[in-house]
Design a protein around this ligand. Structure first.
Ligand code: GDP
Ligand code: IMO
Ligand code: MG
Length: 433
């Protein structure tokens, strides 16, 4: 299985970091060759727990913790050099060994400079009650520059003349907006050029043609894991627009963001929680505003890894799961955090929506309908047992088995693995292949 995509099937924070780390380990240290990020930036927060020790990655692929694997930041990622080196230095300070060839950055990836996060924050403030609830990391403004064709790419950092021209072009538009609409001070071209040039010497040895690197690796039969960030329902095309991120975290985005063709991909694993969470604004049909929601938040430790914000919580939504199966062509699900449901007597699962009196078994066509969606629940008996020590499907209490089998049946593809705790080893692999 040389090219495997791992992605989020809900609104993020499903456990993609753990799933990536697990697969990297499962294949054996010698056989995972590359772990690749293809979209988003340091808005992601992926948690990996190794021998009880917790690590979080943001811009770096989780593969940075797998000895022998090369981590790749693909062309589709937006890269803040400041965030990149801060994260690397923090990991090294914690004793993680990172070899000189262990991280590769695409020459075509777009750069996030400090003005992008300034614009992200002022735009949000300007939106007032309509704000998206972004991470404030400059992700949207950097992708906007890319689409507007005024972005700065990593390769531009190596030619000061070109860099100055590009920053000048980008700020020309932005400064009008900042001064005239947002009543802010204009940003100086020189200051931005200086800020970015400070990283050039450290960055230079990492920069490669990553499309060539990855295609050659696949030709040679090497194993490549594509580590999704964000999630299907945050996708700018397929998510709950405009309450989304500014990239394509769906499976199709992997091809664009890595420079590989769709025929290369062998397996697409959707990571999905046994319930649902969301950070930031936007519709969320199964959201709970009662004691159950608070309990899911408390037991699941649902606090954002990047921004420290409390995550909104609700029950499993099989309509979202079926949609994610469809738009990503999923081959498998990895169902995480089943252990969080250990204490409930009865567990509701949303099987369809009722919208203006009509039942919808599939995602409605329009956002307006989605905003009006009321969940139709089916109820499952709880197992009321601590399952964190279970290591095989047969170890699970009968009601937990029934719950997992029901979700599999409703969600459109097989459940390959089940998470029963944050640790690498707290996993049940249901299918061996
Ligand atoms: P990501 O952004 O998709 O990588 O997910 P996050 O790391 O933001 O959030 C997932 C959280 O759930 C992290 O704190 C993980 O350590 C934790 N986690 C992952 N899988 C499991 C699981 O099966 N059970 C429990 N209890 N926690 C899990
Ligand atoms: P991981 O990879 C959860 C959300 C933000 C906001 C919206 C837009 O850890 O699952 P942005 O800063 O991207 O412009 O914010 O997207 N968001 C995430 N929510 N997990 C993430 O990443 C997210 N990345 C962005 O909260 O609602
Ligand atoms: Mg996260």
């Amino acid at each position: 299985m040389p090219a495997i995509v791992i992605l989020g099937a809900q609104w993020g924070d499903e456990g993609k970091g753990k799933a990536t780390d697990l697969l990297a380990q499962q294949q054996g240290d010698d056989s995972i060759d590359f772990v690749v990020r293809t979209s988003g930036g340091h808005n992601a927060g992926h948690t990996i727990v190794v021998n009880g020790e917790k690590f979080a990655t943001h811009l770096l692929p989780s593969g940075i913790l797998t000895p022998g694997a090369t981590s790749v930041i693909g062309n589709g990622v937006v890269v803040s050099p400041e965030a990149l080196f801060r994260e690397l230095d923090e990991l090294v300070a914690r004793g993680v060994e990172i070899g000189p060839d262990q991280l590769v950055v695409s020459a075509n990836a777009h750069v996030i400079a400090s003005y992008h996060s300034t614009i992200d924050k002022v735009t949000e403030r300007f939106l007032g009650k309509n704000q998206i609830g972004t991470t404030g990391r400059g992700i949207g403004p950097a992708y906007a520059d890319k689409i507007n064709r005024v972005g700065v790419r990593i390769a531009d950092l190596f030619d000061e003349g070109i860099l100055r021209q590009k920053v000048d072009a980008a700020l020309d538009q932005r400064n009008h907006l900042l001064a005239k609409v947002y009543n802010r001070r204009a940003i100086e071209v020189d200051a931005v050029v200086e800020e970015l040039l400070a990283y050039v010497d450290r960055l230079r040895p990492m920069v490669r043609d990553t499309s060539l690197l990855l295609n050659t690796a696949l030709d040679e039969g090497k194993t490549v894991l594509f580590e999704g960030a964000q999630a299907t329902m945050l996708d700018v095309d397929h998510g709950t627009y405009p309450f989304v991120t500014s990239s394509n975290p769906v499976a199709g985005g992997v091809c664009v963001g890595a420079g590989i063709g769709p025929t290369r991909i062998d397996r697409v694993i959707g990571v999905i929680k046994a319930y649902t969470t969301r950070v930031g604004s936007g519709p969320f049909p199964t959201e709970l505003f009662d004691a159950d929601g608070e309990e899911l938040q408390r037991i699941g430790g649902e606090v954002g890894v990047s921004t420290g914000r409390t995550r909104r919580c609700g029950w499993y939504d099989a309509v979202v799961a079926r949609y994610a199966t469809r738009v990503n062509g999923l081959t498998d699900y990895f169902l995480t955090k089943l252990d969080v449901l250990d204490s409930w007597d009865r567990i509701p699962v949303c099987v369809a929506y009722e919208i203006d009196g009509v039942r919808h078994d599939e995602m409605p066509m329009t956002q307006t309908e989605f905003h009006h969606a009321k969940p139709v629940y089916e109820f499952f008996d709880g197992w009321k047992t601590d399952i964190s020590g279970c290591r095989s499907f047969e170890d699970l209490p009968e009601n937990a088995q029934i719950y997992v089998q029901a979700l599999e049946q409703m969600s459109g593809t097989r459940i390959w693995g089940v998470g029963v705790g944050p640790g690498r080893e707290q996993t049940i692999v249901v299918h061996d292949d």
